[in-house]
Design a protein around this ligand. Structure first.
Ligand code: ZN
Length: 242
């Protein structure tokens, strides 16, 4: 075996091989993530176009650092995007990420304007971005600029790597963030990394729409994508039960 094949873990796969593998596994979607997919944008762009033509949805999970040109080219092929909004202070972005806040907000706004299904995740880290006013700013930005149906995931931090000295986020902080989101008008706020999956309720009648557990999901969304209790159209992509 040539020596260089030992240097990189993994197998080289062409876009066509990725898509045919997804088709043969009956996957309904391909999620581009781990690592940051904008790093391999050209590759993901080639895969996404083939996937769409094969009836497979494309999901981007990203830090939101995308140029306007990239999004203009790519958005027709994207079905859903989850963007990490890591803070709402530029100083925090500079200090911890080596990046800037505004380009991420610009990407979120562009994706929303393009009508791509959008979800936002904020990892709440003690002493970094858990200030109540900052969480309020995040929630208000989502509600005002992206719309109240945009799901906001507030995730629990655990000590790792360069932040091994920071304590895990107290669950109360996440419940507080959840409350802040609801007060800002957000209809779907989910706590993450707390050890329990979160259900989805109808934005209008508040009855249970999707119950998630370790073994799968139960669904009260009808075939037309409406709440089976009150008939309200449910926001989201592919929400109808099979
Ligand atoms: Zn309802």
């Amino acid at each position: 075996m040539p020596r260089e094949q030992h240097l990189i873990l993994g197998n080289e796969l062409s876009p066509a091989e990725i898509v045919s593998s997804a088709v043969s596994s009956s996957c309904r979607s391909i999620a581009y993530t781990y690592t940051e997919p904008t790093i391999f944008f050209e590759y993901s762009y080639d895969i996404a176009r083939l996937a769409r033509n094969a009836g497979i949805a494309n999901i981007y999970v990203s830090n939101g650092y995308m140029s306007a040109e990239m999004l203009e080219l790519f958005h027709p092929w994207l079905d859903a995007v989850n963007i990490d909004l890591k803070a709402f202070r530029d100083a925090t972005y500079r200090k911890h990420v080596g990046a800037r806040l505004q380009p991420v907000l610009d990407s979120l706004k562009r994706l929303s304007d393009y009508g791509v299904w959008l979800e936002v995740t904020t990892l709440v880290i003690p002493g970094v971005n858990d200030d109540i006013r900052e969480l309020q700013d995040v929630a208000e930005f989502i509600a005002t600029e992206l719309g109240p149906a945009t799901p906001w995931h507030v995730s629990r931090f655990f000590p790792q790597y360069k932040m091994a000295q920071t304590l895990p986020t107290p669950p109360e902080t996440l419940h507080q963030a959840e409350e802040i989101g609801r007060k800002a008008g957000l209809k779907h706020v989910y706590t993450g990394n707390l050890g329990a999956e979160t259900d989805t309720s109808c934005a209008v009648c508040d009855k249970l729409l999707i119950r998630r557990n370790r073994f799968g999901i139960s669904n009260w969304v009808d075939k037309r994508g409406r709440c089976s209790h009150c008939g309200t159209r449910v926001a989201g992509v592919g929400m109808a039960s099979e």
